[in-house]
Design a protein around this ligand. Structure first.
Ligand SMILES: [Zn+2]
Length: 241
């Protein structure tokens, strides 16, 4: 067996775990998508709130007009009662009739506005419920993200420390071999054999190759995928009978 192979295999195990850890970290949902959805829901709620405020403003305006009309009508009635001139009385009664019609119009408009306000308030409240639900979901996602991120970072620190321990045990030549092979095979450069097969590509490795990997001081590669084969005596004995 190549003198550095056991250590290179240990290094490969750590590097594989680190790569898996990095992918896990990158794949975590940090809640960004939910935040976008939440912000849109908040904007929609604000729009409905403003629509409601606009209807309320129109309601107050109509109510003010109604009150002013009723007051003017009462005044005209009072004047008509005390008026001595027929011509003035006729004019006042015409004015009272016009004011009564205006009053009716304002009252009808107010009824429509009341309905509109009720409906708009329902829509606003429904949207408030949507916002609250999305807020809870977003908080939950962010909470889970922070927890998973912390766990993965702790694992990465542990793996990094493990790597620091393994690294000095590998000779510079061994390390060079490892790095060179990884440039060709990707992150997985050193693989064990299992039941006589390469765990890098799952192709059966001939006994002669496995024996060479076990006995020769050279690094022996899988003929199928080019990865360096790590064959232990126990595994060789088990699957070469
Ligand atoms: Zn292979």
């Amino acid at each position: 067996m190549h003198p550095d192979l056991a250590q290179l295999f240990a290094l490969q195990q750590v590097d594989t775990a680190l790569a898996h850890n990095r992918r896990g970290l990158a794949a975590l949902d940090d809640g960004t998508a939910r935040k976008v959805e939440l912000d849109a829901a908040i904007a929609e709620r604000e729009r409905r709130e403003q629509a409601l405020a606009e209807l309320e403003r129109r309601r107050r305006e109509r109510e003010d007009k109604l009150r002013a009309t009723e007051q003017k009508r009462a005044e005209s009635r009072q004047k008509a009662l005390v008026s001595m001139e027929t011509k003035q009385q006729v004019a006042l009664y015409e004015q009272i009739e016009a004011l009564t019609r205006a009053k009716g119009t304002f009252e009808e408009e107010l009824l429509v506005l009341f309905d509109g306000i009720d409906e708009q308030r329902r829509q606003r409240d429904a949207q408030t419920a949507v916002v609250q639900r999305l807020q809870r979901e977003h908080q939950k996602t962010v909470g889970e993200y922070e927890e998973e991120k912390a766990a993965l970072e702790a694992e990465a620190a542990r793996l990094q420390a493990e790597r620091e321990q393994v690294l000095p045990q590998v000779s510079p030549a061994g390390l060079q071999l490892y790095d060179a092979r990884r440039k060709r095979t990707g992150e997985l450069a050193v693989v064990a054999t299992e039941e006589g097969g390469c765990t890098g590509c799952n192709v059966a490795v001939p006994v002669v190759i496995r024996r060479k990997a076990l006995q020769s001081a050279e690094a022996v590669q899988c003929e199928s995928c080019g990865r360096i084969l790590y064959v232990t005596a126990a595994e060789f004995a088990e699957d070469s009978d």
